[in-house]
Write a protein that binds this ligand. Sequence first.
Ligand code: F6P
Length: 326
Amino acid sequence: MAVKCIGLITAGSDAPGMNCLIRAVTRAAIYHGLKVKAVYRGFKGLYSGEIVEFHTQNVSNIIHMGGTILRTSPCKEFQTPEGREQAYKNMTEAGIDALVVIGGDGTMNGIKIFAQEFDIPCIGIPATIDNDIYGTDTTVGYDTALNTIIDAVDKIRDTATSHQRLFFVEVRGGSAAGFLALNGAIASGCEEAIIPQIEAKEDQVGLYVQNGFKKSKNSSIVLVAETEETGGALKYAERVKREYPGIDVRVSILRHLLRGGSPSAHDRIIACRMGAASIHALMEGQRNVMIGLNNDEIVYVPFSKVIKNVKPINQDLLDLLHNLSI
Ligand code: F6P
């Protein structure tokens, strides 16, 4: 049966470019003759029936805005069969016959279960600063967060150099994701990146930095992915303080700063492409797939593949970082 009315949801953590996606999905759907019902506060709004019809003007002047105008919220009810039943009831009462859901890996998992239980066409769009979703080269929000890291590290470098200090700068990264730390370190000329995908050797980090100072460097900046595996920047700073008392060490934690801001040109363009692709996918009869980008081509990745696989990190990038930071 042809889809007539889509429900549009942003769930999980917000990411720069989500508003761009909301605009693209809404406008592409209306362009192709579909109705759009916006669901507020993620799955919480589906559960509690916070559903409003969107027209083209509802998404005017949001392309440049960070966050999500639809808001987002955790929803413990959606984790229960009864809660999902209620969400399905609200959705059908609103006339919604397919869902487009924007979010990270947790969101893809939630929507996969919902689509299976109620046999409704669902399309996912990957939007997270962490870039930790299998099946797509990049996620909406990642490039903007990298640019925010560059901006922050450039500023930290001024003071690090003036005081000849070692800085551990902590960035977010999701459960096991070092994409922001590794590529952020390359892009901002850091000395090291500590990421969960690579077994971190604390002694080596200290030695490496000490050698760096001995050789010629005035300062040193190490990006640390904030995860249980790495233990975060404070842990490394304490260790260096204890074992290398000659080094003046400081910590800067960027955390939620990386989730805000106006989306970069790259994030806006991929958001426009992925948003429009979600509607094309539904019109082609696709269901239960995530929109991905593979070598700059739009691809449809089944939810089962997205959930089952872990996105690998390119180990060569770590060598590149080390080679260029001598
Ligand atoms: O996905 C973005 C992210 O910032 C992750 O890096 C982090 O694990 C998660 O969201 C935590 O979100 P919050 O602090 O808002 O609960």
